[in-house]
Design a protein. Structure first.
Length: 458
C-alpha cells in the first residue's frame, strides 16, 4: 500500500544537501516497509541491518571512517558496496544506540551514501543517551498509522480520494451519494484502524475475524515490549495504563481510574514510558491565548489518545456492525472514538519533520467547566476544533472560548455535510460573540488546513 511519507522520502533522497535520516514511530506503523519501498523505487542496493535480531553487527561500525566501515560490511557479506548506488539501513537502532553518533561521519565523509536509521523505542535511547548526538548532521521523519486518505488509497478508492483532495467548500455541494459513501468508509476506518497489518488483512480477506486477531496480536506485541522499558517499573502498571486509555478517551485522564490502589507516581511513570514508545499520545491543556500553544500549557490537565483507533475499538469490544448501525459517530463510546480518530488524523497533517503534538483547552472552575476538544496552530493563529454530532450538539464551550479569546474562526467536525456560517450571539456570560464557524465531516478532517482562510492574528 502507498504511504504519503514515501514521497517525503523520495524528496529527501533527491535533496542536494541530504543528511542521514532517522525515522521515528511506534512499532508496526510501517517504518521498515517504507525504507524497503524507497530502495526498490530508487533501484538502490539495500544494505539492511536489524540490531534487535543481531546486536553483534554493531561491531562493524566500530570506526569513525565510513570507508573502512563499508569495507568491513562488504567483507562480512561477501559484496562490494558502491556508496552512490546503495542505501544503508540501520533498523531497530535503539538496540545499538551508540551508532547514532556514527551518523555524523557518514554525513561529513560520505554524503553520497544514503543512510536511514529507524527504531521503535528510539525515544528511550534519545532520552538517556550518554554519547554525543550529531546535532545538525541528521534529519528526522515522523511516521504515524495510515490516515483516512491513505486508507482510501489502500482500498483503491482513487476517485473518492481525489474528490476530497480537490473539494472546495466555497463552490461545491457534496452529493448525497458521495457523502454517504465516504461516511460509510470512515466508519470502516474506525474499526480497521490505520496499522498496516490490519489494513492489509482487511483488503485481502474482508474478514473482521482476521482483523480482530491481528489487532489483539499487535496489542500482545506491545505488551511483550514492556520488558524493554528499562526494567524500572512493574509490568502491571504499564498494563493498567494501556487498558485504561481507551476507557478514558474524550475526558481528562486520571490515574485513579487506572488503579485507585496504586500511588499516582508509579502510574505517571508508566504513562510517560508508553508515551515515549508512541503507543499513546498526550493531548495537553493549553491556555491558547496565542502561538506557540506549547508556551502556555498546564500539565495537570491533559487527555490521552491511543496509537490507533482500530486497537481502541478492539480493546473496547466495538464491532463494525455496531458502528454502521449508529447514525452519529460521536455517539460511539460517548464520543471517545470520535475524539480518538480526530486526534489520530490530526497527527498525520503535521509536516514530516515535526514531532506531532496535540493540545486542548480546559476551563476547570467548579460548576462552570468548559472544554475545547482540540486547539491547533495554523500559521500564526489559534484554531479551536470541536468534535460534535450531526448539525446539533451544544457549542456552549466554543461560544465561551470565542468570546473570551476574541478569535474569529473555529472548526466543528461532525457527520453532516460541509458548511460555513457566521455565528452572531451572546454567550452564557452575556458577551457578544461573532465568528465564522466551519463545519467539516470527519472524512475531510485531513484537509483541515486547506479550508482555513488566511486570517490576520490582529
Amino acid at each position: 500500500m502507498e504511504r504519503a511519507r514515501l514521497q517525503d522520502l523520495k524528496n529527501w533522497l533527491k535533496s542536494p544537501d541530504r543528511k542521514p535520516l532517522v525515522i521515528r514511530g511506534a512499532r508496526q506503523v510501517g517504518k521498515t516497509w517504507l525504507v524497503r519501498q524507497l530502495a526498490h523505487w530508487a533501484e538502490l542496493e539495500l544494505i539492511e541491518f536489524n540490531f534487535e535480531d543481531k546486536k553483534q553487527d554493531a561491531s562493524l561500525f566500530r570506526t569513525n571512517d565510513p570507508q573502512v566501515t563499508l569495507q568491513e560490511i562488504g567483507a562480512s557479506r561477501n559484496i562490494t558496496i558502491y556508496p552512490a548506488n546503495s542505501l544503508l539501513f540501520l533498523d531497530e537502532i535503539q538496540s545499538a544506540p551508540e551508532l547514532l553518533e556514527k551518523l555524523r561521519w557518514f554525513a561529513e565523509k560520505m554524503p553520497e551514501l544514503a543512510v536511514i536509521a529507524t527504531g521503535s523505542l528510539l525515544d528511550f535511547s534519545l532520552d538517556t543517551h550518554s554519547f554525543s548526538m550529531p546535532v545538525g548532521r541528521i534529519s528526522y521523519l515522523y511516521l504515524e498509522p495510515l490516515s483516512f486518505e491513505e486508507f482510501l488509497l489502500a482500498k483503491k478508492n482513487h476517485g473518492l480520494l481525489e474528490y476530497i483532495q480537490k473539494y472546495q467548500i466555497t463552490s461545491e455541494t457534496v452529493p448525497e451519494t458521495i457523502h454517504k459513501q465516504l461516511m460509510t468508509l470512515f466508519k470502516e476506518y474506525l474499526i480497521i484502524g490505520g496499522l498496516p497489518a490490519a489494513v492489509a488483512s482487511w483488503i485481502k480477506t474482508q474478514s473482521l475475524s482476521d482483523v480482530s486477531k491481528i489487532h489483539h496480536d499487535l496489542i500482545t506485541n506491545y505488551r511483550d515490549d514492556f520488558g524493554k522499558y528499562r526494567g524500572r517499573l512493574a509490568i502491571e502498571r504499564l498494563e493498567e495504563i494501556m487498558i485504561s486509555i481507551p476507557k478514558q478517551l474524550a475526558q481528562k485522564f486520571t490515574y485513579q481510574q487506572a488503579n485507585a490502589n496504586v500511588h499516582s507516581t508509579q502510574l505517571k511513570h508508566a504513562l510517560n514510558l508508553l508515551n515515549k514508545a508512541r503507543i499513546c499520545h498526550p493531548v495537553i491543556s493549553s491556555h491558547a491565548n496565542g502561538v506557540p500553544l506549547a508556551a502556555e500549557t498546564n500539565d495537570k490537565y491533559f487527555k490521552e489518545i491511543f496509537i490507533d483507533v482500530g486497537l481502541c475499538c478492539a480493546q473496547l469490544g466495538i464491532t463494525l456492525n455496531e458502528v454502521q448501525s449508529i447514525s452519529e459517530i460521536n455517539m460511539i463510546n460517548k464520543g471517545g472514538i470520535a475524539e480518538q480518530s480526530a486526534g489520530q488524523i490530526l497527527r498525520t497533517v503535521f509536516p514530516y519533520y515535526i514531532d506531532p503534538s496535540l493540545f486542548c483547552w480546559m476551563r476547570t472552575i467548579p460548576g462552570s467547566s468548559a472544554e475545547i476538544d482540540y486547539v491547533l496552530q495554523h500559521q500564526n493563529i489559534v484554531i479551536p476544533v470541536e468534535i460534535k454530532s450531526g448539525t446539533t450538539g451544544s457549542l456552549k464551550s466554543l461560544h465561551y472560548f470565542m468570546g473570551q479569546k476574541k478569535f474569529h474562526f473555529a472548526v466543528r467536525i461532525n457527520s453532516d455535510y460541509p458548511s460555513s456560517i457566521n455565528v452572531d450571539l451572546k454567550n452564557t456570560l452575556g458577551l457578544a460573540v461573532k465568528y465564522q464557524l466551519l463545519s467539516l465531516p470527519f472524512y475531510l478532517l485531513g484537509q483541515i488546513h486547506r479550508f482555513i482562510p488566511s486570517i490576520n492574528s490582529n
